[in-house]
Ligand binder design. Structure first.
Ligand SMILES: [Zn+2]
Length: 234
């Protein structure tokens, strides 16, 4: 059974709702589940079932399956002009020309008089951005085949190092790396990743780090020259 030859969408209200399939040898009948968070269906099907039987199932169950969709409000894309609640407070997404040449970090004007709140809010947002960048760097396919563990990442504000890797694989990064170029963040993440294999700074460690991050030399130089500047902020 070639799963990609099966119907890939259920059509409802001029919308294509994706369908994914899992073929199992230990099931005898088709079961369908609707995943509201992804707005898609997944079908568990017997491994030997014919395509026609699946098409029949989708046809005869079309109304029942679509009843899930009717009860849900339409998706709200993260696009200009949309309103989204952030921690319960409605925010408008605005594509603004002031962000074109000089990206702007906006905070509510009510925070002008509250430097502490502004600092808290910004630091929270910046930490989230850094966490995301580190997580993306860790998804590096070159890293995935080296080690299948997902390191636990924490952000701190250390004074003497940019990151560290504990023996249990947990990693700490300085939140101030958010003020460094992205290739530096990537390098630091790959440096700590290489420590999962080599718990030292041997030539083999550096070889692996360079394999994981082409910008290793450029990034170490940047940190040497500009690292101290990261402590200016906050
Ligand atoms: Zn190191």
């Amino acid at each position: 059974m070639k799963l990609d030859l099966l119907p890939q969408f259920l059509i409802f209200d001029n919308r294509n709702i994706p369908i994914t399939y899992q073929a199992r040898s230990n099931v005898r009948s088709i079961t369908a589940r609707y995943h509201a968070h992804k707005q898609c269906f997944s079908l568990v099907i017997p491994r030997t079932i014919s395509r026609k039987k699946i098409e029949d199932f989708l046809r005869t169950h079309h109304d029942v399956l679509c009843s899930h969709l009717k009860t849900l409000p339409a998706k709200i894309p993260l696009q200009h002009g949309q309103h989204i609640p952030i921690f319960g407070q409605e925010h408008l997404i605005v594509a603004h020309p002031s962000h074109d040449d000089h990206p702007t970090f906006c905070v509510p004007s009510t925070l002008k008089q509250c430097p502490n709140m502004t600092k808290k809010l910004l630091e929270g947002m910046l930490r989230e951005r850094l966490e995301l960048s580190i997580a993306l760097a860790m998804q590096n396919p070159e890293f995935a085949h080296l080690h299948d563990m997902r390191p636990k990442v924490r952000l701190r504000d250390p004074h003497s190092r940019w990151a560290s890797c504990a023996s249990d694989g947990g990693m700490m990064f300085s939140w101030r790396l958010v003020f460094a170029p992205l290739y530096v963040v990537h390098y630091v993440a790959m440096h700590e990743t290489a420590h999962l294999i080599h718990r030292n700074h041997s030539p083999a460690f550096w070889q692996l780090t360079r394999n994981l991050c082409r910008d290793t030399d450029r990034a170490t130089l940047w940190l040497k020259q500009h690292g101290q500047e990261l402590f200016r902020y906050g």
